[in-house]
Design a protein around this ligand. Sequence first.
Ligand code: NAD
Ligand code: IPM
Ligand code: MN
Length: 370
Amino acid sequence: MATHKLLVLPGDGIGPEVMAEVMRLIDWLNAEGVAKFDTETGLVGGASIDADGVPITDATMAKADAADAIIFGAIGGPKWDGVAYENRPEAGLLRLRKDLGLFANLRPAVCYPALADSSSLKRDVVEGLDIMIVRELTGGVYFGEPKTITDLGNGQKRAIDTQVYDTYEIERIARVAFDLAKKRQNKVTSMEKRNVMKSGVLWNEVVTQVHGREYKDVTLDHQLADSGGMNLVKWPKQFDVIVTDNLFGDMLSDIAAMLTGSLGMLPSASLGEVDAKTGKRKAMYEPVHGSAPDIAGQGKANPLAMIASFGMALRYSLDLGDLADKVDQAIAAVLAKGLRTADLKSEGATIISTAQMGEAVLAELQALHK
Ligand code: NAD
Ligand code: IPM
Ligand code: MN
């Protein structure tokens, strides 16, 4: 049986709380011999700043580079508000994404049947929803230069962020979206703002070219990102795969989270390019949510986004698709029993803690293995 090398980076706030529930699953899988994981834990974000003065060390980056997959919790929090911009907790996460070339961020928004009444939207709008947001993750305004604040000397300052995209960056993310669509409902919606942004003009042009050259059999639709956001809450079931840039993808995925009931439900996979020699790709698995300082340390966090992110690692990096299916089934079964963390509003549901939710998922997984 193959041993899978995982680097576990719990991070800050609720990060370690939700990660403990993934470790609960890993420990059981190892003990039962269902799969074999060799895990190492590292520091990232505020935890790394406190210990080593930087949001991620070179040594941890080297371990990330060598791992079969990185499992990431969440970083950030008010404790590090005073830290220099270059050294803030978020810079650790951005370095992992950029230095490892994790350009493709898959953010599936699935409404589990039991949660159709937990969304802030009406049941018929979200029931059966299954969309995939493909967010470009290593380009755009997150990384474009210049990125500065300059004192103009007249009591005014000027802040500059720069949105940059090259053809190859748009081509490769478009291919990820089209390839995913082929295994789903065969439809891609590309979102940009070509009406005001040059990068939107190029984005639209390149996605259209890739489609015409390589994916004519997939339906392609273009929406401006503002009205696309409106459509996402008006009638989300019109979408299958949405492909968009780094910043729009960040916003649209938090919005999509509420279609599923809670930000605590959305997992993600951040993937690099496939190595032509080994057929492998670098990958990190992280929930879409952050460190949730407002509920950290209270045992209230929903661990399902974190657990489902581990499920995505099983599917996309470790060739354990059957086990990934079982993790999904276990989550669905727990929710069907009316068990909820406090973020999931449901009438008549039983509110349980982070650890109880993790225990419940494990119990269902164990039942599926009997
Ligand atoms: P957040 O995602 O941490 O929280 C937003 C809201 O959602 C809060 O009310 C929080 O309680 C709730 N929430 C989030 N995850 C939850 C969960 N699993 N269970 C229950 N409720 C949950 O976003 P924020 O408050 O805007 O940011 C807080 C910090 O997190 C900031 O420092 C930000 O930079 C950082 N952040 C980190 C990541 C990451 O590590 N990938 C992602 C987003 C934000
Ligand atoms: C996310 C987060 C990050 C982002 C932050 C913490 C850097 O919001 O993963 O969605 O903006 O990409
Ligand atoms: Mn975000």
